[in-house]
Design a protein around this ligand. Structure first.
Ligand SMILES: [Fe+2]
Length: 496
C-alpha cells in the first residue's frame, strides 16, 4: 500500500516537473520569438514632442511602446501604431509617439505588452539655439568585424561629444542590405542606438535589389516624401535650424519632384540655419564621383540649393573626407553653401582619383581634404595631395555644434590601431565655424508641399530626360577626356 502510494507520488512529481519544464521552454521560446530587435528611435515630425519607433520580432505579435519620464513614471503619451507587416521573414513594427514635452530626457521600451526590450533613452529638442549632434557615413560593412569597427567610431564620437542630442547616419548602413547584415548592424550599434535619436539617410546600398527596405527599417515622417521605394525625403526643425534629408536614390540622384520639394521646404522656414543631409556627394575626388549621377547633382541639386540659401550640406558615398569652400553658382562665394563629404566611419576607404581634379571638381573649391587610406594621399595641404599621415588611417566622425549664429563642425579620425597603452587615438583633422547674423531668414513659401503619386509619375520621364541630356552633353565629354587616366589607374592599381 505504502509502495503504491510512493509510486503515485513519484509519478505526480515527475509529471509536475516535466509540465513545468515544458511550460518554461514554451515560455522561453515564446519570449525569444517575441523579443524585439533592430530597435530604432528616429526623428519624426516635431523634434520637441514626437519620435518614430521601429523594431522587429520573429513572430507576428502585438506592438507596444512605453515611455517613461526621468522620475521613472509611465508617461501618458499618444502612440499611433502602424499595422505589423511581414518583411523578409520577420515582422516589422512601427509607431509614432507624440505629445512629449520639449527638452526632456525620456526612457522607453518596446515589445508586445508581455515581452519587452531593454530600456533605451532619448532627449527632445528644447527649442533653444544651442545644440550638438554627431554625423557619420558609409559604415557599409559586409561582415560583423567591420560593423563592430564602425560602432567603435560612433562610440568615440560620443566620448568626444557626450552632449550630442542626435546622430545623423548619412547612409550605406550595410553593404548588401540583407537580413544578416542588418542584424550585424543592430547587434554592433545597439548600445549607441539605444541612447539617442537617429536621423537616417538612405544610401544606395540600403535596399539593394529590394524596394522599401529603408522605409521598413526606420519610422520616418513620409508625409512629404516624393516616394518611399528606395529612400525617404523628410525635414524637421531642431533648435534654430531647419534640416532637410534627401533621398539621392530617387531616379539615380534627385527627381524634379524632390528638387521642387526641397526648394519649397527650405523656403518655408525662417530658422537661422538651413542644413541638408544626403548620401551622394556633388563635390568629391573619390572613385564614385566619376559617374553621371554625382556630376548631375552639381547641375541639379546645387542649383536648387543656390536658390534657397542653404548653409551646409553633409553627405557621404565617396568614403573620404572633403570640405569645399562656400560655393554658389559653381563658384566660390561668401554667401554660398559649404559641402562636406563626411568621411567614412567604415573600413572601406577610397583613394583620390586625381584625374577628376579640374574636370569634375576645381581644386580651388577644396578647403580641406583627408583620405583615410594608407598608401594614397592622406590630406590636402592647399597645393598638393601627395602626402602621407599615418594618424589619418581610421574611421571618421563629425561633431557639429550650433550656438546661435555660430555653427562649428569638427571632423575626427579614430585610428585603426590604439596607442601603446591600448587607448584609442582620436585626431581632429578639420574644424571650421560658419557665422551668421540670426533672425534674418524669412519664409517665402507657404502651403502644401506634398507630391501626389500621379504628379511624381508624370515627372519621371522629364527627370530622366534632364539627366540624360546632362549626361551626354556635360558628363560624357569629360569622361572620355579622363578615360586614358582611368585606364592607367586600372592597369597600375587594379581598381576602377
Ligand atoms: Fe554609397
Amino acid at each position: 500500500m505504502k509502495k503504491n502510494f510512493l509510486k503515485v507520488i513519484s509519478v505526480i512529481l515527475c509529471f509536475a516537473v516535466l509540465s513545468t519544464s515544458f511550460m518554461f521552454m514554451a515560455f522561453a521560446e515564446d519570449a525569444a520569438e517575441n523579443a524585439p530587435f533592430r530597435i530604432s528611435v528616429a526623428m519624426n515630425g516635431d523634434a520637441s514632442s514626437s519620435r518614430g519607433f521601429c523594431w522587429y520580432t520573429k513572430a507576428n505579435t502585438e506592438s507596444k511602446v512605453e515611455i517613461y519620464g526621468a522620475d521613472g513614471q509611465l508617461v501618458n503619451a499618444t502612440v499611433d501604431y502602424e499595422d505589423v507587416i511581414e518583411w523578409e521573414g520577420n515582422f516589422c513594427h512601427q509607431a509614432v509617439v507624440s505629445g512629449l514635452e520639449a527638452g526632456k530626457t525620456y526612457s522607453y521600451r518596446v515589445g508586445n505588452g508581455t515581452t519587452f526590450s531593454e530600456l533605451g533613452e532619448f532627449v527632445t529638442d528644447n527649442g533653444d539655439s544651442k545644440f550638438e549632434f554627431i554625423a557619420i557615413a558609409d559604415v557599409q560593412a559586409g561582415n560583423e568585424e567591420n560593423f563592430l569597427k564602425g560602432a567603435k567610431v560612433l562610440d568615440a564620437a560620443f566620448e568626444t561629444m557626450p552632449g550630442a542630442e542626435f546622430v545623423v547616419n548619412l547612409g550605406d548602413f550595410t553593404d548588401d542590405s540583407t537580413n544578416e547584415e542588418w542584424d550585424w548592424y543592430d547587434s554592433s550599434f545597439r548600445k549607441a542606438n539605444a541612447s539617442t535619436t537617429l536621423v537616417p539617410i538612405a544610401g544606395n546600398h540600403d535596399g539593394l535589389g529590394v524596394e522599401y527596405w529603408f522605409n521598413n527599417m526606420f519610422c520616418l515622417d513620409t508625409s512629404e516624401s516624393v516616394q518611399v521605394k528606395d529612400g525617404v525625403n523628410y525635414s524637421f526643425d531642431y533648435g534654430n535650424a531647419h534640416i532637410a534629408v534627401l533621398n539621392t536614390n530617387d531616379l539615380l540622384a534627385t527627381s524634379n519632384a524632390q528638387l521642387k520639394w526641397l526648394k519649397n521646404d527650405m523656403n518655408s522656414t525662417d530658422k537661422d540655419w538651413k542644413i541638408v543631409f544626403m548620401h551622394k556627394s556633388p563635390y568629391s575626388l573619390g572613385k564614385d564621383a566619376k559617374w553621371p549621377d554625382a556630376l548631375y547633382l552639381q547641375e541639379s541639386l546645387a542649383k536648387t540649393l543656390d536658390k534657397c540659401d542653404v548653409d551646409i550640406v553633409m553627405s557621404g558615398h565617396d568614403h573620404m573626407y572633403l570640405r569645399t569652400k562656400a560655393l554658389k553658382n559653381n563658384k566660390v562665394a561668401d554667401d554660398g553653401t559649404v559641402y562636406v563629404l563626411a568621411g567614412t566611419a567604415g573600413a572601406k576607404r577610397y583613394e583620390v582619383r586625381s584625374f577628376l581634379a579640374d574636370h569634375y571638381l576645381d581644386t580651388d573649391f577644396i578647403d580641406a581634404m583627408t583620405v583615410q587610406k594608407h598608401g594614397y594621399a592622406n590630406y590636402w595641404d592647399g597645393e598638393d595631395w601627395d602626402q602621407s599621415k599615418d594618424t589619418n588611417i581610421g574611421g571618421c566622425f563629425n561633431c557639429v555644434s550650433v550656438d546661435g549664429g555660430n555653427l562649428t563642425v569638427t571632423a575626427y579620425i579614430l585610428a585603426d590601431e590604439p596607442d601603446a597603452n591600448g587607448n584609442p587615438v582620436i585626431t581632429a583633422i578639420d574644424t571650421y565655424t560658419l557665422t551668421k547674423e540670426t533672425g534674418k531668414n524669412v519664409a517665402t513659401f507657404e502651403g502644401d508641399n506634398t507630391t501626389s503619386e500621379f504628379e511624381y509619375i508624370l515627372g519621371v520621364v522629364p527627370s530622366f530626360i534632364r539627366l540624360a541630356i546632362y549626361a551626354f552633353t556635360n558628363w560624357l565629354p569629360k569622361f572620355l577626356i579622363m578615360l586614358p587616366d582611368m585606364l592607367d589607374v586600372v592597369i597600375n592599381e587594379g581598381t576602377f
